[in-house]
Every structure is written in structure tokens, then in C-alpha cells.
Design a protein around this ligand. Structure first.
Ligand SMILES: Nc1ncnc2c1ncn2[C@@H]1O[C@H](COP(=O)(O)OP(=O)(O)OP(=O)(O)O)[C@@H](O)[C@H]1O
Length: 223
């Protein structure tokens, strides 16, 4: 990576989903994000926010164009300490407790990210910030959808990733818990994590240092 290369660069990305010949769901997207930025992807349902989140998190490679994180193709970045995702479908391990789910990435990526004691401290801080401490020992499957979403958010942030991609992190939260989710996001940002967040939520958009609007899979030009 050159010194001028941003943490995340999305360059000329066009992406197709579904049957061959279907129109693209993303058209010629360019986006650069630097360390500790908080960038919100805004737009109506179906505008392409989740698809862009998935490509940034490396869940696939764009049909054309490139997504690069730290100068490497995003789909080759295997470590959650580099890029972590909060997906809309939360993908918690139901047989594990809330705390075990949050700390899970630490076991999977033992050699990267913060030291073990720091991870435990950060796990506890995230559980506290997200009002999950009292649920730490409970099976994830025996918690509410909002609690599960906050658990998945803590899991995404526990390794202090260089980049966290958060898809609708307040989608299942009431007002009080929106505050908690924002507090966790700002805590991660203060630790140097860059955040890309897809959201309809005005409070999330207000907290962002940049809002990137999408319409029908295209970036809406500023002004
Ligand atoms: N597997 C798929 N096959 C074909 N088209 C898809 C598929 N998944 C999503 N799409 C289409 O791609 C477009 C973008 O969807 P996407 O989920 O990225 O939008 P979004 O902005 O995240 O929406 P929401 O706010 O409802 O989550 C939509 O038109 C959607 O119907």
C-alpha cells in the first residue's frame, strides 16, 4: 500500500446479482475511507447498501471494478481484526452464550489484533456499553432480536478492527438502545477503527462525518 492509499478504496464498482443478464444492482461506485472515519451509506430500501457492505467486507468480488482494503482485494482479507462485518442476518452461533459469541473472533484470529487480556477487557467494555453484561451467560438463542443484534455488533468490534462494516446496526433497537449502539460505534472510532455503516436512522446519519447517499445502485452526486 502506498502512503496515499486510503484504508478502503472502492473503485469503479459495478455489481450484478441474480440471473445472467440481470441489470446491475451497483453502478460505477467510487468511495474512499480513511482510518477512524465514520461514513454512512444512506438510501431507500433496495438502493444497494447491503450489497456494497458485503463487497467491502469481502463476501464476494465485484463483477467489475475493485474493492481494496489496506491495498489488498477485500475478498482476500481473511482476518476479522482487519475487516469485521455486522450483517443484517446476524449469524450468531445459537448454541453459544452471548459472551462466547462476542469473544468468538478472538479464538478464530488468535495471532492478530489486541493481546488476549486487552480482548477480554474490550469484550467486557462492549458488553457493558451495549447493556448486555447481565445476559453474558445466556444462550444467544434465548435473547431478544435487539439483544442479538447488539451481541453481533460487539462481536464485530471486539478485535478493534481497522474497518467495521455495519449493516443497519439500529434496525432492531428502541431509542435508548440506539444511544448504546452509537456509544459502541463512537468508542470503536475513538480507538482508530474506521466505520462504514448502512442506515436509514437519522441519529446514525447525524453521527457520521460523511453521508454517502445511494439511489438505485448509484452514488447521488453531492449538491
Ligand atoms: N440475491 C439477489 N439476487 C438478485 N437481486 C438481489 C439479490 N439480493 C438483493 N437483490 C437486489 O439488489 C438490490 C439492492 O439490494 P440491497 O439489499 O443491497 O439493498 P439495501 O439498500 O440494502 O436495501 P434494505 O435497506 O432493504 O436492506 C435490490 O433491488 C434487491 O432486490
Amino acid at each position: 500500500m502506498t502512503s496515499t492509499e486510503p484504508l478502503l478504496r472502492v473503485a469503479g464498482v459495478t455489481h450484478r446479482l441474480g440471473p445472467t443478464g440481470a441489470p446491475p444492482v451497483l453502478h460505477d461506485i467510487d468511495l474512499a475511507v480513511d482510518a477512524a472515519e465514520l461514513v454512512a451509506l444512506a438510501g431507500r430500501s433496495g438502493s444497494g447498501k447491503s450489497t456494497l457492505c458485503h463487497l467491502i467486507a469481502g463476501l464476494g468480488r465485484p463483477t467489475s471494478g475493485a474493492v481494496r482494503v489496506l491495498g489488498r482485494p477485500a475478498d482476500e482479507v481473511a482476518s476479522w481484526a482487519t475487516v469485521a462485518l455486522l450483517p443484517q442476518r446476524l449469524a450468531l452461533v445459537e448454541e453459544l452464550s452471548v459472551r462466547e459469541n462476542v469473544i468468538l473472533p478472538a479464538g478464530l484470529h488468535a495471532s492478530t489484533g489486541p493481546a488476549r487480556s486487552e480482548r477480554r477487557e474490550l469484550c467486557d467494555l462492549l458488553l457493558d456499553t451495549l447493556n448486555l453484561t447481565h445476559l453474558g451467560a445466556r444462550l444467544a438463542s434465548q435473547t431478544s432480536l435487539g439483544e442479538q443484534q447488539r451481541t453481533a455488533l460487539a462481536r464485530a468490534l471486539v478485535l478493534q478492527p481497522r474497518l467495521a462494516v455495519l449493516d443497519e446496526p439500529t434496525g432492531h433497537q428502541d431509542d435508548e438502545n440506539v444511544d448504546r449502539v452509537l456509544a459502541a460505534i463512537l468508542l470503536a472510532r475513538a480507538g482508530g477503527t474506521a466505520i462504514v455503516v448502512a442506515s436509514h436512522d437519522e441519529r446514525v446519519l447525524e453521527a457520521a462525518n460523511r453521508v454517502v447517499p445511494l439511489r438505485d445502485g448509484r452514488l447521488v452526486p453531492a449538491g
